[in-house]
Design a protein around this ligand. Structure first.
Ligand SMILES: NC(=O)C1=CN([C@@H]2O[C@H](COP(=O)(O)OP(=O)(O)OC[C@H]3O[C@@H](n4cnc5c(N)ncnc54)[C@H](O)[C@@H]3O)[C@@H](O)[C@H]2O)C=CC1
Ligand SMILES: O=C([O-])CC(=O)C(=O)O
Length: 329
């Protein structure tokens, strides 16, 4: 039986994450080895030609699961009928740009994209925002899509999650697959809180197993939180293949479910859990099943973790207030 292709829209398709992402989507890594995909690429007019070049290469791979590629410079057309929307394209911070300028420039991108998703996406649309500032861009898009359930808008902290797993595995001398229940709380920014107190290494509490508070506070947390900047410093360009890989993981887990005895990190709309103000798009420990996510409940939060979570959430609230002041939400 031939399945109907799933429509996946990728914005910023000609960018560096786009280049690392599209081939993996087309190969079946996003949705599974038996799910055909139809790609819709959105770019700004100046980058359409480059996107066409990428589409030529996609053709040249002869991916059995790829049933077509269309390129647009118009959001309404790009999101028509989309089932999975990956919002990667964003305005990077340039020299002399203040935070407010960055929020405003991105508001100009994510407001019309939210409206376009509202107008024409499929009823089951799932949205992942990768473009920075990811949590607040997701909030802007979500606020302009009133007919789409709010829980369908998510932002990416899976790269931070994967980075944290790699750091702990290295410290403990174990395989990455031995690390479970890791959580990134808050914003995808340097204030994020990678939490080892609820994580496990081979079934035992991770913080206790590592038993090195100095490393946890002064090495692990800052290394994970500032990893994006360290990559830019080393590579001369921001993380691209790892970001694309995390985007694949995020959607794959959302669609296919978390494993028993584990959870993932996703920035999702808060219902007030763990004192995070309702409506903010904040990273939480999340389980997924049947294409739906749920925030893990009942974790005990000690004073140290409370302070870290509150600081990152305060930054999210500031960003929300700033975009509200700019009339973007
Ligand atoms: N959440 C996360 O963990 C991570 C987020 N990022 C963010 O992802 C974003 C993309 O990164 P890169 O691919 O490296 O950047 P890039 O600059 O190589 O590509 C961005 C692409 O977006 C396009 N674009 C700009 N405005 C657009 C619009 N309105 N519609 C459609 N396309 C548009 C540009 O033409 C460009 O081709 C950046 O904001 C970056 O900061 C990067 C790494 C990790
Ligand atoms: O800062 C950036 O543009 C890249 C980024 O988000 C990350 O690597 O986590």
């Amino acid at each position: 039986m031939t399945r109907t292709p799933v429509t996946v829209t990728v914005t910023g398709a000609a960018g560096q994450i786009g280049y690392a992402l599209l081939f993996r989507i087309a190969s079946g890594a996003l949705l599974g080895p038996d799910v055909p995909v139809r790609l819709r690429l959105l770019e700004i007019p100046q980058a359409v030609k480059a996107a066409e070049g990428t589409a030529m290469e996609l053709d040249d791979c002869a991916f059995p699961l790829l049933s077509g590629v269309d390129i647009f410079d118009d959001a309404t057309k790009a999101f028509a009928g989309t089932n999975v929307a990956l919002l990667v394209g964003a305005r990077p911070r340039t020299k002399g740009m203040e935070r407010g300028d960055l929020l405003e420039a991105n508001g100009g991108i994510f407001k019309p994209q939210g409206e376009a998703i509202n107008a024409g996406a499929a009823d089951d649309v799932k949205v992942l925002v990768v473009g920075n500032p990811a949590n607040t861009n997701a909030l802007i898009a979500q606020q302009h899509a009133p007919d789409v359930p709010a829980e369908r808008f998510t932002a990416m902290t899976r790269l931070d999650h994967n980075r944290a797993i790699a750091q702990v595995a290295k410290k403990a001398g174990v395989a990455v697959t031995d690390i479970k229940k890791l959580t990134i709380w808050g914003n995808h920014s340097a204030t994020q809180y990678p939490d080892l107190f609820h994580a496990e290494i081979a079934g035992k509490n991770a913080a206790e197993t590592v038993n090195d508070r100095d490393w946890l506070e002064n090495d692990f947390i800052p290394t994970v939180a500032k990893r994006g900047a360290a990559i830019i410093e080393a590579r001369g360009a921001s993380s691209a293949a790892s970001a694309a890989s995390a985007a694949i993981d995020h959607v794959h887990t959302w669609v296919n479910g978390t494993a028993d005895g584990d959870w993932t990190s996703m920035a999702v709309v808060s219902d007030g859990s763990y004192g995070v103000p309702e409506g903010l798009i904040s990273s939480f420990p999340v389980t997924t099943k049947d294409g739906k996510w749920e925030i893990v409940q009942g974790l005990e939060i000690d004073e140290f973790s409370r302070g870290r979570i509150d600081a990152s959430v305060a930054e999210l609230a500031e960003e929300r207030d700033a975009v509200r002041k700019l009339g973007l939400i």
